[in-house]
Design a protein around this ligand. Structure first.
Ligand code: HDE
Length: 729
């Protein structure tokens, strides 16, 4: 929701070397006269030059032509994937020196503050699509370090659909809108996607994540991030350790309900973008801890999966995540196009101390990211765009090309040279020169996949096994929804076959909704990961019997649930509201860091019982329960009577109940709850504790009520009431 009350308090701008560098490129027209791009002042910006007042426009009008021509060229191609995104500036600080494992300078000292730019995105939709699509989210971080840029281009899910980059164009063609009619936008629920997935058993694990609530986050600020691939840390002695990168949000990992996501998509398609923007504007800076899982080189073959396979995680039970630093986003961009749209991330932007592995997905990405910027940003000089520049000066012999900005002096643009006294000189490793980890490779050239990549199902099972009951129900519903949108019965059937290889109960539940049987002998994965003339004779997708049957870290049920910071709570009130019942609860919630908004039948203000004006944030017309984490109805005879009689207010409450949110009412407003569908669903014998567990709080004393409400909101959602107590809304 857009906040109607805008504060004009100047924001504290966090100065970093990057913000200083960007400031040199910013323009502010305050107090200035208008001029053309060649600097000539414009006297009339309302009328083009004409032959007479009613005459035709003259070709001579350089002012009109310049303005229209520039406008005609304002658009650039959107990203082929991750087109829809939002960016923010911030800083990263290490908690302690990691120099034992990596020579990366930005991780070497806890006193260093590294500027960052982060871009979050959805994958499948176009630039203008909804934020709440069921999709993977991109989580791309550009660290502007003293040794050059390090881009950690990750996602909010730790695995990927495919094992080899050669399948990426197929995957993206399948998930994007279908080619004949460009439908559906920003959705995976269609035939081409599930056709591909049903033939790609290696995607089984990722599909579990995509059908889980991770695909519909409550906020970008409440998602985890993952580097996905196994990388290397290399220290000053040249010792390498494998490393997986994680981002852990300090507010925990939270999602919305699927019905809610679809609602938000219509009512505010910018929901995540707005949430991020508003949080930063109001000083609620989003924070994540950087986590690493470190595996010594000698343990490479210790696991029953391959570290080079991007469809696998390293369960946290096997290798714990060490939290090594904190990312804080503290400044919104000044200009969406110049910064967020023109930001160019590249997995190949690494700094000394960080290196690659032979993960075939990672290797393919190394080629793709520069290549795509050449078309998207119009040539090889995209690194000179302010947002992409490193904070260290660039010296090399690359020259010319479209839109070159740097004015290189001197005659020599080659190495070696003597005319330029040999400069720029190569850097020794001791001077920060990047040296690749000298991994020994002794192999035949071959187009093949390692057998250690062939187990596609044990980690899909691990994920499913690790979910709480409500999370599993959501997955069953998600599969039933998505496959329900698929027209082809063969595709549905083939998918049930894949699901039966993951979990028989899951397959049976989805089959029940689709009312088709689970195939008895699902087609074996013959794609598929194995060359056309490969031998499948001894192929068995279940060769791996993993010791670990469930991992607590995989369930969102176990996330942070001790804070209501930045949660949004709607107060439904009207004229005649009991001031104490409103202000006491408001103050308590705000004291705990939440955001309270007052919603009334009409805008602007309401009058309390004592005739005090209380500002209103939204009317029932411009607000909806899906924008809030909880709702409270304060007391006051007239206010309560008005709210009870407002169908939109009662719908607001029913919908909040359906989406399993905390709901509270002053005892004097209990009649409003009685007007809802859910009043009939709360058995009268419920004790106080049960009511709290179900997230419904009714009380006489506003202080006590506020305490209980805070406890309820911190639980995020009461998913357990979803099935047994579902209401129409
Ligand atoms: Fe990307 N990906 N990707 N990807 N990716 C792009 O680069 C690609 C993959 C990710 O906010 C593109 O600048 C290939 C995995 C993010 O600007 C493109 C393969 C992961 C972003 C590209 C992958 C990602 C991109 C499109 C398979 C998680 C948005 C525009 C080998 C670890 C970055 C662009 C931003 C963007 C290629 C797979 C994350 C075409 C070939 C795995 C977050 O270059």
């Amino acid at each position: 929701m857009k906040d109607d009350k805008k504060t004009d308090k100047p924001l504290k701008r966090q100065e970093t070397e990057k913000t200083q560098q960007l400031a040199e490129h910013t323009a502010d027209s305050t107090g200035e006269l208008m001029n053309t791009n060649h600097g000539v002042r414009i006297n009339d910006d309302q009328n083009s030059l004409k032959a007479g007042e009613r005459g035709s426009s003259l070709l001579e009008d350089f002012i009109l032509r310049e303005k229209i021509t520039h406008f005609d060229h304002e658009r650039i191609p959107e990203r082929v994937v991750h087109a829809r995104g939002s960016g923010a500036h911030g800083v990263f600080k290490a908690y302690k020196s990691m120099s034992g494992v990596t020579r990366a300078h930005f991780l070497s000292d806890e006193s260093l503050e590294t500027p960052v730019f982060v871009r979050f995105s959805t994958v499948a939709g176009s630039r203008g699509s909804t934020d709440l699509a069921r999709d993977v989210r991109g989580f791309a971080v550009k660290f502007y370090t003293q040794e050059g840029n390090f881009d950690l281009v990750g996602n909010n899910m730790p695995v990927f659909f495919i094992q080899d980059a050669i399948k990426f164009p197929d995957l993206v063609h399948a998930v994007k809108p279908e080619p004949d009619n460009e439908m559906p936008q920003a959705a995976s629920a269609h035939d081409t996607f599930w056709d591909f997935i049903s033939l790609m058993p290696e995607s089984a694990h990722m599909i579990m994540w995509l059908m889980s609530d991770r695909a519909i986050p409550r906020s970008y600020r409440m998602m985890e991030g993952f580097g996905v691939h196994t990388f290397r840390f290399v220290n000053a002695e040249g010792v390498s350790n494998f490393v997986k990168f994680h981002w852990k949000p300090l507010l925990g990992v939270h999602s919305v309900a699927w019905d809610e996501a679809q609602n938000i998509s219509g009512k505010d398609p910018d929901y995540h973008r707005r949430d991020l923007w508003d949080a930063i504007e109001s000083g609620n800076f989003p924070e994540w801890e950087l986590g690493v899982q470190i595996v010594p080189e000698e343990d490479e073959f210790k696991f029953d999966f391959d570290l080079l396979d991007s469809t696998k995680i390293i369960p946290e039970e096997l290798v714990p995540v060490q939290r090594i630093g904190k990312l804080t986003l503290n400044r919104n961009p000044d200009n969406f196009f110049a910064e967020t749209e023109q930001s160019a991330f590249h997995i190949g932007h690494v700094v000394p101390g960080i290196d690659f592995t032979n993960d075939p997905l990672l290797q393919g990405r190394l080629f793709s990211y520069t290549d795509t910027q050449l078309i998207r940003l119009g040539g090889p000089n995209f690194q000179e765009i302010p947002i992409n520049r490193p904070i260290v000066p660039v010296h090399n012999n690359q020259r010319d090309g479209y839109m070159r900005q740097t004015i290189n002096r001197g005659k020599s643009s080659y190495n070696p040279n003597s005319l330029g006294n040999g400069y720029p000189l190569q850097a020794k490793a001791s001077e920060g020169g990047f040296t690749s980890y000298p991994e020994r490779i002794d192999a035949k050239k071959i187009r093949a996949r390692s057998r250690s990549f062939f187990d596609h199902f044990s980690q899909a099972q691990l994920f499913y096994n690790s979910q709480s009951d409500p999370e599993r129900n959501h997955m069953i519903d998600a599969f039933s929804f998505e496959l329900g949108k698929v027209q082809s019965v063969e595709v549905r059937q083939r998918m049930l076959g894949i699901l039966s290889l993951v979990d028989k109960g899951l397959a049976a539940a989805v089959a029940f909704a689709l009312r088709i049987p689970v195939p008895q002998d699902p087609e074996l994965p013959v794609n598929h990961s194995i060359p056309a003339d490969g031998n499948l004779a001894d192929y068995d997708p279940f060769t791996v019997d993993t010791a670990l049957k469930a991992s607590a870290a995989l369930s969102m049920a176990n996330t942070v649930k001790d804070t209501i910071k930045t949660r949004k709570i709607a107060f439904l009130a009207a004229d005649g509201v009991d001031e104490k019942s409103l202000t006491t609860v408001k103050a308590a919630l705000e004291g705990a860091g939440a955001i309270v908004e007052i919603i009334s039948p009409r805008l602007n203000f309401i009058l309390s019982e004592g005739d005090e004006q209380i500002p209103v944030n939204h009317s029932l017309l411009t607000a909806a329960s899906v924008f809030y984490d909880a709702v409270y109805v304060p007391g006051g005879t007239n206010s309560v009577a008005t709210i009870e009689a407002e169908a939109d207010a009662v719908h607001f409450l029913n919908e909040a109940f359906k989406h399993c949110k905390a709901i509270a009412a002053d005892l004097g407003a209990a009649q409003v709850l009685e007007a809802t569908y859910f009043s009939k669903k709360i058995p009268s014998e419920f004790s106080d504790q049960t009511v709290l567990r179900e997230g419904i709080v009714v009380g006489e004393d506003p202080k006590k009520l506020a305490d209980q409400l805070i406890l309820a909101i911190s639980q995020h959602r009461f998913w357990e009431r979803e099935k047994p107590r579902k209401v129409p809304a």
